[in-house]
Design a protein around this ligand. Structure first.
Ligand code: FAD
Length: 418
């Protein structure tokens, strides 16, 4: 079968890998000049299996209210809002109901644990290197209320069989000695023992290389414009390539276009509930590598993550609902740098902060959309939101199973299935 994938980010390239491994002829198109140049470019680097709790949870509405009007708030809803943002916000509120949060947490946990297994297998099979570290993720709590929430989360993780344990401040420092400077301010931590970290862009670039070696065709500088279709079947994809319009034909089509999956599908009458949620990162080279963390960290009080990527530290966070805008807000950039100086003073070279912003393709439930669309030969692997790196390998493996008519080996609400 010939399969055409739109998007060469984490979702598209991992899908290409598994579909090629299953024996298909695969073409990947992307409007950029290479792979992973949009949201998969400079994310927080965490494979965070220990964080299945979605943003939409019973505590979220109050937290968001408390942050309203603060330009440096971890989650910022910019006004005035267009209709899509308001509709998404209302759906988000519905997902905050306790029973929906429980259902969503379980689905994400299943997919995350499965993804961890698939990622390890893929790494072994390909021997690709992307500054990966299998040292866990340490969640840090600087406020009592966050710690108590963490304890409740850890109980859920135990019930789900996900490796984790609560730590005292001194145990946090034993786990990651570079935290000594903040030990007295810490209330405690939670250690996700199965978590990992690594450079997503490097992973995608290396994997795209392996895919190409295995016969996958990549067409860059190629924009998907619109699909040729009848009632229930896609007959081709019109693209703009090198300034010329062409029609690409395939047996199956996969949408892995991140936040842009929504506008791409709208003309087909498919309303994907994906909103672009902007996040920021800074990548700092290390002045004092021996004093920098090797364990990946999540500051649960300020909603900032930090991962060691070779000789640099990636610090990422903040969520901003402001359409498809990727401009860098100086105040939000400065908050990341302040965090680095506060927790690891003198460790990073802050002269060249390498700021970046990307759009998380986020559904109100935080559940990615994986599976068949209403068209018999069009499939989704999109909407991975805050966890696209964590969930990449499992999502793509499951998608390849679905396309081949196999039941994926996990319990997850895939689309288009009874
Ligand atoms: C600040 C930040 C920190 C994050 N930290 C983490 C983390 O620590 N752990 C984690 O698990 N996840 C994290 N994420 C989330 C993760 O990065 C995303 O979920 C993931 O990158 C999404 O991958 P994707 O392939 O779906 O989208 P993308 O990487 O955006 O890929 C989509 C591709 O589609 C292409 N495209 C779009 N439209 C078209 C078109 N019409 N024609 C052709 N090509 C098109 C784009 O060029 C792009 O290359 C973070 C995200 C952000 C923003």
């Amino acid at each position: 079968m010939h399969i055409l994938i739109v998007g060469a980010g984490l979702a598209g390239v991992t899908a290409a890998w598994y579909l090629r491994a299953a024996g298909h002829t695969v073409t990947v198109i992307d409007r950029n000049a290479g792979p992973a140049l949009e949201t998969s470019f400079a994310n927080g680097g965490q494979i965070s299996i220990s964080h299945p709790e979605p943003w939409a949870n019973p505590g979220a509405p109050l937290t968001v209210l408390k942050w309203l009007g603060r330009n440096d708030a971890p989650l910022l809803f910019r006004w005035p809002a267009e209709a899509a943002r308001i509709a998404w916000g209302l759906q988000f509120l519905r997902e905050c109901l306790p029973h929906r949060t429980r259902r969503n947490t379980l689905a994400i946990a299943n997919l995350a644990a499965y993804s961890g297994v698939q990622l390890r297998a893929l790494r072994e099979a390909t021997d690709i290197h992307y500054n990966s570290l299998s040292r866990g993720v340490l969640h840090l709590y600087f406020a009592k209320e966050n710690y108590l929430h963490g304890e409740a989360q850890q109980r859920v993780l135990s019930q789900l069989g996900i490796g984790s344990r609560m730590l005292t401040p001194s145990q946090c420092v034993d786990t990651e000695p570079s935290l000594a400077h903040v030990e007295t301010r810490l209330v405690g931590g939670m250690f996700g023992t199965e978590d990992e970290s690594g450079d997503a862009q490097r992973f995608v670039t290396e994997l795209a290389g392996r895919c190409r070696d295995a016969g996958v065709e990549f067409l860059y500088d190629t924009s998907a414009e619109n699909f040729l279709r009848d009632e229930r079947h896609i007959g081709g994809l019109k693209v703009l390539r090198g300034g010329r319009h062409e029609t690409l034909l395939a047996d199956r089509y996969v949408i892995a276009a991140g936040s842009y999956s929504t506008p791409l599908m709208r003309p087909l009458g498919e309303r994907l509930p994906i909103y672009p949620v902007k996040g920021y990162s800074t990548t700092l080279s290390l002045r004092n590598p021996q004093r920098a963390p090797a364990v990946s960290l999540t500051d649960e009080s300020r909603r900032i993550v930090c991962s060691r990527l070779g000789d640099s530290l990636r610090i990422a966070g903040t969520a901003e609902l402001n359409g498809y805008n990727t401009d860098l807000d100086p105040e939000r950039c400065a908050a990341l740098l302040r965090w680095a100086e506060d927790v690891f003073p003198g460790v990073c070279d802050t002269a060249e902060p390498n700021y970046w912003a990307g759009l998380r393709p986020t559904t109100p439930s935080n559940l990615p959309i994986i599976g068949r669309s209403k068209f018999d030969n069009l499939f989704y692997n999109t909407g991975h939101g805050t966890l696209g790196w964590t969930l990449a390998a499992g999502s793509a493996h499951a998608l390849a199973d679905i396309i081949d008519g196999r039941q994926p080996a996990i319990n997850y609400p895939f689309t288009g299935r009874a």
